[in-house]
Every structure is written in C-alpha cells, then in structure tokens.
Design a protein around this ligand. Structure first.
Ligand SMILES: *[C@@H]1O[C@H](CO)[C@@H](O)[C@H](O)[C@H]1NC(C)=O
Length: 364
C-alpha cells in the first residue's frame, strides 16, 4: 500500500510541472507524518488497567504499600507467620502470580507443621493485583522483596525461592540484599545470554538452541524494547514460544506434567488482568536487557557456611539451556547445584519435589 502511494507520488513528481511538484512534496510530507504517527500509535502499548482505578480490576486480597506508593499483593501459605520457624518469600515465574506458589502448593502438611514453614508469595510488579512498575530493575525488585518481608515482620533474615523468571529476582536478592537472606533457592532460573562473563562461544551455542522465533523475541527484548509490544502482539509471524504457549519449548516430561494440570481460567485471566505490557512483556525486557550486574561476579553471601544457595535445573530443559546453568555452577563454587536427570522446565510441579527442595534448603 505504502509502496504504491510512494510510486504514484514519485511518478507525479517526475512528470508534472513545478507548481504541482510543490503540492506533491507537501502531500508526501503530510502522508509521511501521518504514516509515522500511525506506526508509532500501533507500537505503543495501551496504558495498564491498574487495580482499583476506575474501570480497572478490583482489589480482592491483601497488599502492602511500597516506598514509592506502589502496592504489592501477597498471599500467605503454611503455618501462621507469628509461630513460624522458617519464613520463605516465594517469587513466581513468567506469566504467573501469587496463586501459583508451586513450592507451597504441594508441600505435605506434616512437613509444614514439623518445620514450622511459612511461605508468602506475591504478585510480581504489574501482575495480578500488584501495581505496575515501568522503572523496575533487579535492584528495585530486591528492595520490594525486602519491604514485603519487613512489612509482614518476617524478622532480620528470611529465605527466598524463585522459579524460572522469579529465579532472576533471586539473583537480584543475592546482589542487593544478601545480608537479609537466611538462604536462597533458584529453580530453573532464566539465564540472560548477555551476562558478560559467559564465554561468547558458549552463550552463542546456547542461544541457538532456542527455536528461531524465540531467538528473535529475545533479541527484541534486548535490543529493541520499544518494539516489544508490537512484536509480541502482531499476528503476521510467530513471536515468543512462551508467550504463545508453543509446545515446542517443552520436554517430554514437561508435556506429561502439563497433561495432568487442571487449567484454572480464573487464575489465567487474573495474571494478565492489568494488561500484557506491564506484566509479561516488561518481564521479558527486564530479564533480557543489559543488566546492572553480572550474577557470575557475585560473592558467596554465606562465607562462613551459615547457609547455602541451591540451584536446581533439569538436564532436558528446553527453555533455559542447561549448558549455561552448568557454567554458572562451575564458576560460582558456593552454589549447590542439583541437576535433575530427564527433567524439563516444569519439574517443581512434580508432586514430591517441593518437599525435597524445601528440605534441602532448610535442613541442608
Ligand atoms: C569455548 O572456547 C573455549 C576456549 O577457546 C573452549 O575451551 C570451550 O570448550 C569452548 N566452548 C564451547 C561450548 O565450544
């Protein structure tokens, strides 16, 4: 369409006398400006439908107010926090919410009571009923976790457990609030291919293990974040497998786990109810852009062996290549690395694993 209009204008420009040419230049300029305005409009995300705002979703659960006025919605699991011995903050995955505290959901009640386990999960920024934070960084996310813990009176030290994209937030906690941590567990944490310490041959190899469409989506997050909304919303070509729920990124074990899941459409719509741009799309941008620090440069947060940092990963994870996780474990000898044979990205959903993961952290 645009090419046709340009061609007609060009022909007109060549054959008509000067006065027409001037008019044509004006028309072209107007069309160009109009086109750019339309293009710009098309790639702008609509503003988020903030919870509690007129026409926005209602507030149905408890929230705390953060230092900059944002709210963070949370949900408590396990024994009451007043009597708990072990306090854990759980950080959820991409496209998920506080209701999907996968570690809390499958814990045997006996274990919860025996160890006095309390778990709080929260809607990450822009998800569910937590306000969006367009300025979020690894640091601001860690400070949100700290504020949540302090607001709930969890004491000087607490555990953090993060799954998948939530694992990235755990790296931020290890960097910015290590003095507040009683221990940390990363479950299939998403890796950023641009962390500078990765040898480039290794990160390139891992990058190419992703389906082509995901290589592109990750490139957009990293290099062209302003294009993200358009890229992931358009229907002309495939976008991110994760955003599209493409089964190509799941291992046989993952597919088996998915086949047994009972989808809860209420929770699925709750996750994105404020809009996709400040929930899942922002998550991709924050995860894959250039970071303020390199997790591979971190120091041991527990130099006197007071506690441990555990990292669990499946050797058949098709979303987050295991070769990068192995490199991290090898580079940071203080990480307790647990590689699960035959496991994909969804292993925390396997019935008995949350108990193993929790016991390894709390009793290790
Ligand atoms: C990357 O290069 C280094 C040094 O040349 C080499 O030791 C390593 O095996 C290479 N890794 C891969 C995955 O090719």
């Amino acid at each position: 369409m645009l090419i046709k209009i340009s061609a007609i204008l060009l022909v007109g420009f060549l054959v008509f006398p000067l006065s027409y040419k001037e008019m044509l230049i004006k028309i072209s300029a107007i069309l160009l400006v109009g086109f750019l305005a339309l293009a710009y409009e098309a790639i702008q995300p609509p503003p988020p439908r903030t919870c509690g705002s007129p026409g926005g979703p209602p507030i149905t659960g408890p929230r705390i107010k953060l230092r900059d006025g944002r709210h963070l919605a949370y949900k408590e699991h396990g024994v009451p926090r007043e009597v708990a011995n072990k306090k854990i903050v759980f950080i959820h995955a991409f496209g998920s919410c506080k209701h999907d505290a996968v570690i809390a959901l499958n814990l045997p009640q006996g274990l919860v009571e025996e160890l006095g386990i309390y778990i709080v999960s929260f809607d990450r920024q822009g998800y569910g009923e937590s306000d969006p934070d367009p300025h979020r960084t690894a640091k601001s996310i860690a400070l949100d976790v700290e504020e949540l813990a302090d607001n709930l009176g969890l004491g000087p030290k607490f555990y953090v457990i993060g799954y998948s994209m939530g694992g990235q937030s755990v790296w931020g906690c290890l960097k910015y609030i290590p003095h507040r941590l009683a221990g940390a567990t990363l479950l299939a944490p998403v890796v950023n291919y641009w962390w500078p310490s990765f040898p480039s041959n290794l990160s390139t190899m891992a990058y190419k293990l992703q389906p082509k469409q995901d290589q592109w989506a990750v490139r957009v997050f990293h290099y062209l974040p302003w294009l993200t909304y358009w890229w992931l919303s358009q229907k002309w070509f495939p976008t991110s497998s994760v955003v599209e729920n493409n089964p190509a990124v799941f291992s046989p074990q993952d597919l088996q786990i998915i086949s047994k899941m009972v989808p809860n459409s209420d929770i699925q719509s709750y996750v994105r109810q404020q809009g996709v741009s400040e929930s899942i799309f922002r998550d991709g941008i924050v995860g894959f852009r250039t970071w303020e620090f390199d997790p591979l440069d971190l120091d041991n947060p527990f130099p006197n062996n007071e506690s441990q940092v555990h990292l669990w990963h499946g050797d058949d994870d098709r979303l987050v290549p295991v070769i990068l996780q192995r490199y991290i474990a090898q580079t940071l000898p203080w990480i307790q690395y647990h590689e699960l044979k035959g496991a994909g990205h969804l292993f925390p959903h396997i019935q008995e694993l949350p108990a193993d993961i929790i016991k390894t952290q709390l009793l290790g």
